[in-house]
Design a protein around this ligand. Structure first.
Ligand code: SDX
Length: 436
C-alpha cells in the first residue's frame, strides 16, 4: 500500500487538539484512513459494528467493485475464470498469485490428488453422529479433527507446514463432504479415484456405489467445477474474517478453517443457498407463481422478518456477477438433464423479475447473489439441500487458506483483538448473599 499525499484531520468540539491521520491507497478501490494511533492520541476508539466502513487488513487476493458488480481473483474477472479456467487453476491462482501453465497445473493437480484420502480413523468420527445430523455439523467436526492427524503441518508460522496444510485441506474437503453425504444415506464411503478430475472425483465419491461402475457426466462435472470456482473466494466476508481472526492466534490451519466452516453455516451467509431453496419449495407448495405477490408483501413487511433469501449483499449494490454465471450454469444443467421446465427454476426467475421491478428492492439495491440460483442447479444434480453449504465450504477452502497464509506472511499482522463501547454497570461491590 502507498502513503497518500491526502491526510485526514479529526477535529473535536470539546477542545481536544485536532488529530492528523495518514491515508493509504491500494492499487484499486477506496483509500483507507490509518487509525492505528487514534486511541493513543485521542483516548477514543472508532465504532463500526459489522465493519461496514472498516478495512481489517491489506490483501492482494480478491477485489469486489460492488457498484459495478465486478469480482476479480488476483485481477482476473470471475466471468473469464469461470468460463476459461477450472477450479484447480483457480486454486493455484488464489494460493500463489498466478494462473499456472500446463506443466505447473498438472503438477499442482497431481499434488492435490495424492492427498485426497483421509486417515482411516476419520470414518469413526462419523459414527458418533445421528444419520440425520446436518452435514455442516459433521463438517465443522471433521475439519477440526484433521489437526489431530497432521502434527507435521500444524505450525502456521512454518511456510512448509502452511503449504502442505493448504494442499491437504483442498484435497480432503471433497472426500469429507462426500463422506458426510454417504453417512446420511447409509451407503458405504467411496474412496477417491486419482484418474478422475477434482470435480469428477467429487461426483464419484458422492454418487458411485461399490455395486456398479459410475460414469461421470461431463456436463455435470463442468457445472460442479464452475460452482467451486464461483465460490472460491470473496474478500473479507464473514467466514474469511473468522478464519483470519482465528488464525491470528497462531492456531493450526485446520482449526482456523473449521472456524470458517462454522461461520459459513449461518443463513445470512453460506447457509443462504439452503434457505433459498427451502423458500422456493415453500412458495411452490403453497401455490407457486400465483403466490409470489403475497410472499413479496411478507418480505416488505418489516414485522414479518421474512427475507427474500439469495437476494441482497453487503458489498454488491448491483448484480452479483456470480449469480449471472450461476443462472447460465442452471440453464445448461437443466437442459442437459431434460429439466428445462423445472418449476423451481421458473419460480426463481419469476421472483427475480418481480423483485427487480419492485421499488422496495430497487431502492435498497437488492439484487440476486450467488446463492439465489446455486441451490437449483445443485438440486438438479441430485445434491441434497442440506449439503449445499457443505459444498460452498469445500469451494471456499481455497480462498480461506489463501487469505490465512497471506495474513501470516504479512509483517503487519497481529493477533486480532477488537475493543468495545462499554454500556454496562460501572464498578460496584458484591453484597453478601443475605443482603441481596
Ligand atoms: C453470501 O459477504 C460476502 O461476500 C458473502 C458471500 C461470499 O461469497 O462470501 O457473498 C456469500 O453470504 C451472500 C449473501 C447470502 N445471504 C442471503 O442471501 C440472505 C438474505 N440477504 C440478507 O440477509 C442481506 O442482504 C445480507 C445479510 C446479505 C446483507 O445484509 P446487510 O448488508 O447487512 O444489509 P441490511 O441487512 O442492512 O439490508 C439493508 C436493507 C434493510 O432494509 P431497511 O432496514 O433499509 O428497511 O435491505 C433489506 C434490509 O431489511 N434487505 C432485505 C434483504 N436483504 C436486505 N429485505 C428483504 N430480503 C432480503 N434478502
Amino acid at each position: 500500500m502507498k502513503l497518500s499525499d491526502n491526510k485526514a484531520t479529526l477535529s473535536f468540539s470539546n477542545g481536544h487538539a485536532p488529530i492528523e491521520l495518514p491515508v493509504y491507497s491500494g492499487n484499486i478501490g477506496p483509500d483507507v484512513i490509518d487509525i492505528r494511533k487514534l486511541y493513543g492520541q485521542s483516548g477514543m476508539f472508532t465504532y463500526d459494528p459489522g465493519f461496514l466502513s472498516t478495512a481489517s487488513c491489506q490483501s492482494a487476493i480478491t477485489f469486489i467493485d460492488g457498484d459495478k458488480g465486478e469480482l476479480l481473483y488476483r485481477g482476473y474477472p470471475i466471468e473469464q475464470l469461470a468460463t476459461q479456467c477450472d477450479y484447480m487453476e483457480t486454486c493455484h491462482l488464489l494460493l500463489y498469485g498466478n494462473l499456472p501453465g500446463a506443466s505447473a497445473k498438472a503438477a499442482f493437480a497431481k499434488n492435490v490428488k495424492y492427498h485426497t484420502m483421509v486417515n482411516e480413523q476419520m470414518q469413526f468420527f462419523l459414527r458418533g453422529f445421528r444419520r440425520d445430523a446436518h452435514p455442516m455439523a459433521i463438517m465443522t467436526g471433521l475439519v477440526g479433527a484433521l489437526s489431530a492427524f497432521y502434527h507435521d503441518s500444524t505450525d502456521i508460522n512454518n511456510a512448509e507446514h502452511r503449504e502442505i496444510a493448504a494442499i491437504r485441506l483442498i484435497a480432503k474437503m471433497p472426500t469429507l463432504v462426500a463422506m458426510a453425504y454417504k453417512y446420511s444415506v447409509g451407503q458405504p464411503f467411496m474412496y477417491p479415484k486419482n484418474e478422475l478430475s477434482y470435480a469428477g472425483n467429487f461426483l464419484h465419491m458422492m454418487f458411485a456405489t461399490p455395486c456398479e461402475p459410475y460414469v461421470v457426466n461431463p456436463v455435470i462435472e463442468r457445472a460442479i467445477d464452475r460452482i467451486f470456482t464461483l465460490h472460491a473466494d470473496h474478500e473479507q466476508n464473514a467466514s474469511t474474517s473468522t478464519v483470519r481472526l482465528c488464525g491470528s492466534s497462531g492456531t493450526n490451519p485446520f482449526a482456523a478453517i473449521a472456524a470458517g466452516v462454522a461461520c459459513l453455516w449461518g443463513p445470512a451467509h453460506g447457509g443462504a443457498n439452503e434457505a433459498c431453496l427451502q423458500m422456493l419449495e415453500e412458495i411452490q407448495a403453497s401455490g407457486g407463481i400465483s403466490k409470489v405477490g403475497e410472499f413479496m408483501n411478507q418480505v416488505k413487511d418489516k414485522n414479518s422478518n421474512v427475507k427474500l433469501m439469495g437476494f441482497g449483499h453487503r458489498v454488491y449494490k448491483n448484480y452479483d456477477p456470480r449469480a449471472t454465471l450461476m443462472q447460465e450454469t442452471c440453464n445448461e444443467v437443466l437442459e442437459a438433464l431434460g429439466l428445462q421446465d423445472d418449476p423451481l427454476f421458473k419460480l426463481a426467475k419469476a421472483l427475480e423479475k418481480i423483485a427487480l421491478e419492485d421499488d422496495y428492492f430497487v431502492s435498497r439495491k437488492l439484487y440476486p447473489n450467488v446463492d439465489f440460483y446455486s441451490g437449483i442447479v445443485q438440486r438438479a444434480i441430485g445434491i441434497p439441500v442440506k449439503l449445499f453449504t457443505g459444498i460452498f465450504a469445500l469451494a471456499r477452502t481455497a480462498g480461506w487458506i489463501a487469505q490465512l497464509n497471506e495474513m501470516i506472511s504479512d509483517p503487519e499482522y497481529k493477533i486480532g483483538r477488537p475493543r468495545q463501547l462499554f454500556t454496562g454497570s460501572p464498578r460496584r461491590d458484591v453484597l453478601p448473599l443475605e443482603s441481596r
